[in-house]
Design a protein around this ligand. Structure first.
Ligand code: FAD
Length: 341
Protein backbone atom coordinates (compact mmCIF):
# COMPACT_ATOMS: atom_id res chain seq x y z
CA UNK A 1 0.00 0.00 0.00
CA UNK A 2 1.16 3.51 -0.78
CA UNK A 3 1.78 6.05 2.01
CA UNK A 4 -0.28 9.22 2.42
CA UNK A 5 1.67 12.22 3.74
CA UNK A 6 -0.41 14.86 5.50
CA UNK A 7 1.09 18.30 6.04
CA UNK A 8 -0.46 19.80 9.16
CA UNK A 9 -1.44 18.02 12.36
CA UNK A 10 -4.45 20.13 13.33
CA UNK A 11 -8.01 18.90 13.45
CA UNK A 12 -8.44 18.00 9.79
CA UNK A 13 -5.00 16.44 9.35
CA UNK A 14 -5.23 14.27 12.45
CA UNK A 15 -8.82 13.17 11.79
CA UNK A 16 -7.84 12.20 8.26
CA UNK A 17 -4.80 10.37 9.59
CA UNK A 18 -6.93 8.48 12.11
CA UNK A 19 -9.51 7.54 9.48
CA UNK A 20 -6.83 6.28 7.09
CA UNK A 21 -5.04 4.30 9.80
CA UNK A 22 -8.35 2.60 10.58
CA UNK A 23 -8.37 1.50 6.93
CA UNK A 24 -4.81 0.17 7.26
CA UNK A 25 -3.24 2.92 5.13
CA UNK A 26 0.34 3.93 6.01
CA UNK A 27 0.19 7.62 7.04
CA UNK A 28 2.77 10.24 7.95
CA UNK A 29 1.69 13.55 9.51
CA UNK A 30 4.15 16.44 9.49
CA UNK A 31 3.38 19.16 12.04
CA UNK A 32 5.35 22.36 12.53
CA UNK A 33 4.31 22.70 16.19
CA UNK A 34 4.05 20.45 19.23
CA UNK A 35 1.30 19.13 21.51
CA UNK A 36 -0.38 20.29 23.61
CA UNK A 37 -0.72 23.86 22.41
CA UNK A 38 -3.22 26.65 22.54
CA UNK A 39 -4.85 27.83 19.36
CA UNK A 40 -7.23 30.60 18.36
CA UNK A 41 -10.59 28.86 18.29
CA UNK A 42 -13.98 29.29 19.98
CA UNK A 43 -13.68 25.59 20.93
CA UNK A 44 -17.38 25.10 20.21
CA UNK A 45 -17.78 22.14 17.86
CA UNK A 46 -21.20 21.98 16.36
CA UNK A 47 -22.68 20.29 13.32
CA UNK A 48 -22.28 17.04 11.44
CA UNK A 49 -18.65 16.82 12.53
CA UNK A 50 -19.82 15.40 15.84
CA UNK A 51 -21.17 12.34 14.04
CA UNK A 52 -17.82 11.91 12.29
CA UNK A 53 -15.95 12.15 15.59
CA UNK A 54 -18.26 9.50 17.06
CA UNK A 55 -17.84 7.21 14.03
CA UNK A 56 -14.04 7.49 14.21
CA UNK A 57 -14.14 6.63 17.94
CA UNK A 58 -12.77 10.07 18.83
CA UNK A 59 -15.60 11.61 20.83
CA UNK A 60 -15.43 8.84 23.44
CA UNK A 61 -11.72 9.64 23.90
CA UNK A 62 -12.46 13.19 24.98
CA UNK A 63 -13.87 12.59 28.47
CA UNK A 64 -13.27 16.19 29.57
CA UNK A 65 -15.47 17.65 26.84
CA UNK A 66 -18.58 19.53 27.90
CA UNK A 67 -21.72 20.10 25.94
CA UNK A 68 -23.44 23.39 25.18
CA UNK A 69 -27.19 23.09 24.78
CA UNK A 70 -28.36 26.67 24.64
CA UNK A 71 -27.33 30.06 23.36
CA UNK A 72 -27.84 33.78 23.85
CA UNK A 73 -26.79 36.77 21.76
CA UNK A 74 -25.98 40.26 22.96
CA UNK A 75 -25.55 43.65 21.39
CA UNK A 76 -24.32 46.33 23.77
CA UNK A 77 -26.21 45.89 27.02
CA UNK A 78 -29.12 44.00 25.41
CA UNK A 79 -29.39 40.20 25.35
CA UNK A 80 -31.77 37.78 23.71
CA UNK A 81 -33.44 35.17 25.87
CA UNK A 82 -31.54 31.96 26.43
CA UNK A 83 -32.69 29.54 23.73
CA UNK A 84 -32.13 25.87 23.12
CA UNK A 85 -29.71 25.09 20.29
CA UNK A 86 -31.17 22.90 17.52
CA UNK A 87 -28.35 20.44 18.33
CA UNK A 88 -25.97 20.30 21.30
CA UNK A 89 -22.34 21.27 20.69
CA UNK A 90 -19.13 19.77 22.05
CA UNK A 91 -16.90 22.20 23.95
CA UNK A 92 -13.30 21.27 24.64
CA UNK A 93 -10.03 23.19 24.44
CA UNK A 94 -7.81 22.66 21.43
CA UNK A 95 -5.06 22.13 24.01
CA UNK A 96 -6.75 18.88 25.03
CA UNK A 97 -8.43 17.95 21.77
CA UNK A 98 -5.47 18.16 19.40
CA UNK A 99 -3.18 16.41 21.87
CA UNK A 100 -5.79 13.65 22.29
CA UNK A 101 -6.08 13.22 18.53
CA UNK A 102 -2.29 13.13 18.13
CA UNK A 103 -2.04 10.43 20.78
CA UNK A 104 -4.81 8.36 19.18
CA UNK A 105 -3.22 8.68 15.72
CA UNK A 106 0.11 7.42 17.10
CA UNK A 107 -1.59 4.55 18.94
CA UNK A 108 -3.14 3.49 15.64
CA UNK A 109 0.34 3.21 14.13
CA UNK A 110 0.49 6.61 12.38
CA UNK A 111 3.87 8.29 12.03
CA UNK A 112 3.75 11.74 13.61
CA UNK A 113 6.66 14.10 13.05
CA UNK A 114 6.44 17.28 15.16
CA UNK A 115 8.52 20.48 15.10
CA UNK A 116 8.81 20.02 11.36
CA UNK A 117 7.86 22.77 8.89
CA UNK A 118 7.15 20.98 5.62
CA UNK A 119 7.43 22.75 2.31
CA UNK A 120 3.94 22.97 0.89
CA UNK A 121 4.15 21.50 -2.56
CA UNK A 122 1.36 19.72 -4.34
CA UNK A 123 2.28 16.19 -5.41
CA UNK A 124 1.05 12.63 -5.52
CA UNK A 125 0.45 11.26 -2.04
CA UNK A 126 0.56 14.68 -0.34
CA UNK A 127 -2.45 16.18 1.41
CA UNK A 128 -2.44 19.76 2.59
CA UNK A 129 -4.05 20.29 6.01
CA UNK A 130 -2.16 23.41 6.97
CA UNK A 131 -5.13 25.51 8.03
CA UNK A 132 -6.12 28.96 6.76
CA UNK A 133 -4.38 30.49 3.77
CA UNK A 134 -3.12 33.88 4.97
CA UNK A 135 -4.68 36.94 3.40
CA UNK A 136 -3.34 40.37 4.41
CA UNK A 137 -6.61 42.27 3.85
CA UNK A 138 -10.20 41.68 2.85
CA UNK A 139 -12.01 44.65 1.31
CA UNK A 140 -9.54 47.00 2.98
CA UNK A 141 -10.01 45.39 6.41
CA UNK A 142 -7.46 43.40 8.39
CA UNK A 143 -9.13 40.46 10.16
CA UNK A 144 -7.59 38.91 13.24
CA UNK A 145 -8.58 36.51 15.99
CA UNK A 146 -7.77 36.45 19.71
CA UNK A 147 -8.37 33.74 22.27
CA UNK A 148 -7.74 33.22 25.96
CA UNK A 149 -9.17 31.12 28.76
CA UNK A 150 -10.60 32.76 31.85
CA UNK A 151 -11.64 31.42 35.24
CA UNK A 152 -14.43 32.80 37.42
CA UNK A 153 -16.76 33.69 34.56
CA UNK A 154 -20.40 32.81 35.10
CA UNK A 155 -22.25 32.23 31.84
CA UNK A 156 -26.01 32.37 31.35
CA UNK A 157 -25.97 30.02 28.34
CA UNK A 158 -23.82 27.21 26.99
CA UNK A 159 -22.75 29.56 24.21
CA UNK A 160 -22.87 33.33 24.47
CA UNK A 161 -22.25 35.31 21.30
CA UNK A 162 -21.59 38.99 21.91
CA UNK A 163 -21.50 41.47 19.03
CA UNK A 164 -19.20 44.42 19.61
CA UNK A 165 -18.34 47.56 17.66
CA UNK A 166 -15.10 45.94 16.47
CA UNK A 167 -16.25 42.36 15.79
CA UNK A 168 -17.70 39.57 17.90
CA UNK A 169 -16.71 37.51 20.92
CA UNK A 170 -17.96 34.04 21.81
CA UNK A 171 -17.93 32.60 25.31
CA UNK A 172 -18.33 28.93 26.15
CA UNK A 173 -17.35 26.78 29.08
CA UNK A 174 -14.70 24.17 28.35
CA UNK A 175 -13.04 21.72 30.75
CA UNK A 176 -11.64 22.38 34.25
CA UNK A 177 -13.69 25.50 35.03
CA UNK A 178 -12.26 27.39 32.08
CA UNK A 179 -14.28 29.65 29.85
CA UNK A 180 -13.11 30.11 26.29
CA UNK A 181 -13.16 33.78 25.31
CA UNK A 182 -12.54 34.09 21.59
CA UNK A 183 -13.11 36.97 19.24
CA UNK A 184 -12.86 37.92 15.61
CA UNK A 185 -12.07 41.59 15.00
CA UNK A 186 -11.35 43.87 12.09
CA UNK A 187 -9.38 47.05 11.69
CA UNK A 188 -8.49 49.34 8.79
CA UNK A 189 -5.06 50.02 10.30
CA UNK A 190 -2.37 47.63 11.51
CA UNK A 191 -3.01 46.91 15.20
CA UNK A 192 0.05 47.29 17.37
CA UNK A 193 0.50 46.01 20.92
CA UNK A 194 -2.00 43.15 20.73
CA UNK A 195 0.18 41.13 23.06
CA UNK A 196 -0.40 43.91 25.63
CA UNK A 197 -3.98 44.98 24.80
CA UNK A 198 -5.72 41.68 24.05
CA UNK A 199 -7.85 41.84 27.21
CA UNK A 200 -9.26 45.21 26.12
CA UNK A 201 -10.28 43.77 22.75
CA UNK A 202 -11.84 40.68 24.28
CA UNK A 203 -13.76 42.63 26.96
CA UNK A 204 -15.76 44.53 24.35
CA UNK A 205 -17.47 47.91 24.62
CA UNK A 206 -18.00 49.87 27.86
CA UNK A 207 -21.37 49.09 29.47
CA UNK A 208 -21.91 45.97 27.36
CA UNK A 209 -23.20 42.61 28.59
CA UNK A 210 -19.84 41.17 27.50
CA UNK A 211 -17.89 43.55 29.69
CA UNK A 212 -20.16 42.79 32.63
CA UNK A 213 -19.73 39.05 32.06
CA UNK A 214 -15.94 39.32 32.06
CA UNK A 215 -15.70 41.82 34.95
CA UNK A 216 -14.36 39.22 37.37
CA UNK A 217 -12.43 37.12 34.83
CA UNK A 218 -9.12 35.70 36.04
CA UNK A 219 -7.19 35.15 32.83
CA UNK A 220 -4.90 32.22 32.15
CA UNK A 221 -2.24 34.35 30.47
CA UNK A 222 -0.47 31.31 29.07
CA UNK A 223 -3.55 30.37 27.06
CA UNK A 224 -3.55 33.62 25.06
CA UNK A 225 -3.13 33.13 21.33
CA UNK A 226 -3.69 35.30 18.29
CA UNK A 227 -3.91 34.90 14.55
CA UNK A 228 -3.82 37.59 11.89
CA UNK A 229 -4.25 37.80 8.11
CA UNK A 230 -7.54 35.89 8.11
CA UNK A 231 -9.39 35.65 4.82
CA UNK A 232 -13.03 34.63 4.91
CA UNK A 233 -13.92 34.70 1.22
CA UNK A 234 -15.32 31.28 0.25
CA UNK A 235 -13.17 29.16 -2.07
CA UNK A 236 -14.16 26.01 -3.88
CA UNK A 237 -12.14 22.84 -3.50
CA UNK A 238 -11.67 22.35 -7.23
CA UNK A 239 -9.93 25.73 -7.51
CA UNK A 240 -7.38 25.03 -4.83
CA UNK A 241 -5.33 22.99 -7.32
CA UNK A 242 -3.95 20.60 -4.73
CA UNK A 243 -5.36 17.98 -2.39
CA UNK A 244 -6.57 19.88 0.67
CA UNK A 245 -8.78 19.36 3.69
CA UNK A 246 -10.04 21.71 6.42
CA UNK A 247 -9.33 25.44 6.37
CA UNK A 248 -6.75 24.85 3.62
CA UNK A 249 -9.71 24.44 1.29
CA UNK A 250 -11.77 27.31 2.64
CA UNK A 251 -12.55 28.95 5.95
CA UNK A 252 -16.13 29.53 7.06
CA UNK A 253 -16.70 32.72 9.10
CA UNK A 254 -16.20 31.85 12.78
CA UNK A 255 -19.55 33.43 13.74
CA UNK A 256 -21.14 30.17 12.55
CA UNK A 257 -19.13 27.97 14.94
CA UNK A 258 -18.87 25.41 12.14
CA UNK A 259 -15.19 25.55 11.09
CA UNK A 260 -14.09 22.58 13.19
CA UNK A 261 -17.02 20.56 11.93
CA UNK A 262 -16.02 21.37 8.34
CA UNK A 263 -12.45 20.35 9.10
CA UNK A 264 -13.64 16.99 10.43
CA UNK A 265 -16.25 16.48 7.70
CA UNK A 266 -13.73 17.23 4.96
CA UNK A 267 -11.34 14.71 6.47
CA UNK A 268 -14.13 12.10 6.52
CA UNK A 269 -14.99 12.84 2.88
CA UNK A 270 -11.36 12.22 1.88
CA UNK A 271 -10.87 8.86 3.62
CA UNK A 272 -12.43 6.50 1.03
CA UNK A 273 -10.88 8.13 -2.08
CA UNK A 274 -7.43 8.26 -0.46
CA UNK A 275 -7.68 4.66 0.74
CA UNK A 276 -8.60 3.65 -2.84
CA UNK A 277 -5.55 5.54 -4.15
CA UNK A 278 -3.30 3.87 -1.56
CA UNK A 279 -4.69 0.50 -2.71
CA UNK A 280 -3.94 1.35 -6.34
CA UNK A 281 -7.63 1.24 -7.29
CA UNK A 282 -7.80 4.85 -8.53
CA UNK A 283 -5.30 7.45 -9.70
CA UNK A 284 -4.29 10.46 -7.60
CA UNK A 285 -6.14 12.73 -10.01
CA UNK A 286 -9.35 10.68 -9.71
CA UNK A 287 -9.11 10.71 -5.92
CA UNK A 288 -8.63 14.48 -5.95
CA UNK A 289 -11.61 15.05 -8.22
CA UNK A 290 -13.86 12.86 -6.07
CA UNK A 291 -12.82 14.70 -2.91
CA UNK A 292 -13.25 18.16 -4.47
CA UNK A 293 -16.74 17.28 -5.74
CA UNK A 294 -17.74 15.95 -2.31
CA UNK A 295 -16.46 19.01 -0.47
CA UNK A 296 -18.15 21.45 -2.83
CA UNK A 297 -21.46 19.60 -2.49
CA UNK A 298 -21.14 19.46 1.30
CA UNK A 299 -20.18 23.07 1.91
CA UNK A 300 -21.57 25.32 -0.88
CA UNK A 301 -24.81 26.29 0.85
CA UNK A 302 -23.41 26.87 4.30
CA UNK A 303 -20.59 29.02 2.92
CA UNK A 304 -23.09 31.19 1.01
CA UNK A 305 -25.28 31.74 4.06
CA UNK A 306 -22.28 32.24 6.35
CA UNK A 307 -20.90 34.97 4.08
CA UNK A 308 -24.18 36.89 4.39
CA UNK A 309 -24.24 36.51 8.17
CA UNK A 310 -20.60 37.60 8.46
CA UNK A 311 -21.26 40.67 6.32
CA UNK A 312 -24.24 41.57 8.51
CA UNK A 313 -22.51 41.18 11.88
CA UNK A 314 -19.62 43.50 11.02
CA UNK A 315 -21.82 46.27 9.59
CA UNK A 316 -23.27 48.60 12.28
CA UNK A 317 -26.78 48.92 10.81
CA UNK A 318 -27.09 45.38 9.51
CA UNK A 319 -25.78 44.06 12.85
CA UNK A 320 -28.52 45.92 14.74
CA UNK A 321 -31.19 44.71 12.32
CA UNK A 322 -29.99 41.12 12.56
CA UNK A 323 -29.85 41.24 16.36
CA UNK A 324 -33.34 42.70 16.74
CA UNK A 325 -34.75 40.27 14.16
CA UNK A 326 -33.25 37.27 15.93
CA UNK A 327 -34.46 38.66 19.25
CA UNK A 328 -38.02 39.17 17.99
CA UNK A 329 -38.30 36.05 15.81
CA UNK A 330 -36.62 33.09 17.54
CA UNK A 331 -37.13 30.66 14.60
CA UNK A 332 -34.83 32.89 12.52
CA UNK A 333 -31.91 31.98 14.75
CA UNK A 334 -32.65 28.25 14.40
CA UNK A 335 -32.96 28.64 10.64
CA UNK A 336 -29.58 30.42 10.34
CA UNK A 337 -28.03 27.81 12.60
CA UNK A 338 -29.32 24.98 10.40
CA UNK A 339 -28.42 26.67 7.11
CA UNK A 340 -24.81 27.07 8.22
CA UNK A 341 -24.48 23.36 9.02
C1 FAD B 1 -11.39 33.63 15.81
C2 FAD B 1 -11.76 32.22 15.42
C3 FAD B 1 -12.72 31.53 16.16
C4 FAD B 1 -13.10 30.25 15.79
N1 FAD B 1 -14.05 29.61 16.53
C5 FAD B 1 -14.50 28.42 16.13
C6 FAD B 1 -15.53 27.75 16.86
O1 FAD B 1 -15.99 28.18 17.91
N2 FAD B 1 -16.00 26.58 16.37
C7 FAD B 1 -15.50 26.03 15.23
O2 FAD B 1 -16.00 24.98 14.84
N3 FAD B 1 -14.50 26.60 14.56
C8 FAD B 1 -13.99 27.78 14.97
N4 FAD B 1 -12.96 28.37 14.30
C9 FAD B 1 -12.41 27.68 13.12
C10 FAD B 1 -11.52 26.50 13.48
O3 FAD B 1 -10.54 26.86 14.42
C11 FAD B 1 -10.86 25.98 12.20
O4 FAD B 1 -11.84 25.83 11.21
C12 FAD B 1 -10.15 24.64 12.40
O5 FAD B 1 -9.13 24.77 13.34
C13 FAD B 1 -9.59 24.16 11.08
O6 FAD B 1 -8.83 22.99 11.27
P1 FAD B 1 -7.66 22.65 10.27
O7 FAD B 1 -7.14 21.33 10.65
O8 FAD B 1 -8.06 22.88 8.89
O9 FAD B 1 -6.55 23.77 10.58
P2 FAD B 1 -5.72 23.96 11.90
O10 FAD B 1 -6.44 23.46 13.09
O11 FAD B 1 -5.30 25.41 11.86
O12 FAD B 1 -4.44 23.05 11.71
C14 FAD B 1 -3.43 23.33 10.76
C15 FAD B 1 -2.14 22.73 11.28
O13 FAD B 1 -1.15 22.79 10.26
C16 FAD B 1 0.09 23.10 10.85
N5 FAD B 1 0.93 23.65 9.79
C17 FAD B 1 0.72 24.78 9.07
N6 FAD B 1 1.68 24.92 8.14
C18 FAD B 1 2.52 23.83 8.26
C19 FAD B 1 3.69 23.42 7.58
N7 FAD B 1 4.21 24.11 6.56
N8 FAD B 1 4.28 22.25 7.96
C20 FAD B 1 3.77 21.53 8.98
N9 FAD B 1 2.66 21.90 9.67
C21 FAD B 1 2.04 23.04 9.31
C22 FAD B 1 -0.29 24.11 11.95
O14 FAD B 1 0.71 24.19 12.94
C23 FAD B 1 -1.57 23.49 12.49
O15 FAD B 1 -1.36 22.59 13.54
C24 FAD B 1 -12.51 29.63 14.67
C25 FAD B 1 -11.52 30.30 13.95
C26 FAD B 1 -11.14 31.58 14.33
C27 FAD B 1 -10.07 32.30 13.55
Amino acid sequence: MKTVTIIGGGLSGLCLGIGLRKRGVPVRVLEVGNYPRHKVCGEFLSGKGREVLAALGIESRLPDARTAEDVLFSLGARCTNVRELPAAALCISRWKMDAGLAEYFSELGGELVTSHRASIEAGEGIVRATGRRPQAEEGGWRLFGLKAHAFGVKLRAGLEMHFTSRGYVGLCAVEDGRVNVCGLFRSREPVAELARDWRLWLRGDPGSALQERLASAAWDESSFSSVAALGLAARTAALSGDMSVGDSVTMIPPVTGNGMSMAVESAAAAIDPLASWADGAVSWCEAQQTISARLNALFARRLRVAALVQRAVVHPTARRMLFWSVRAVPPLQSLLFKLTR
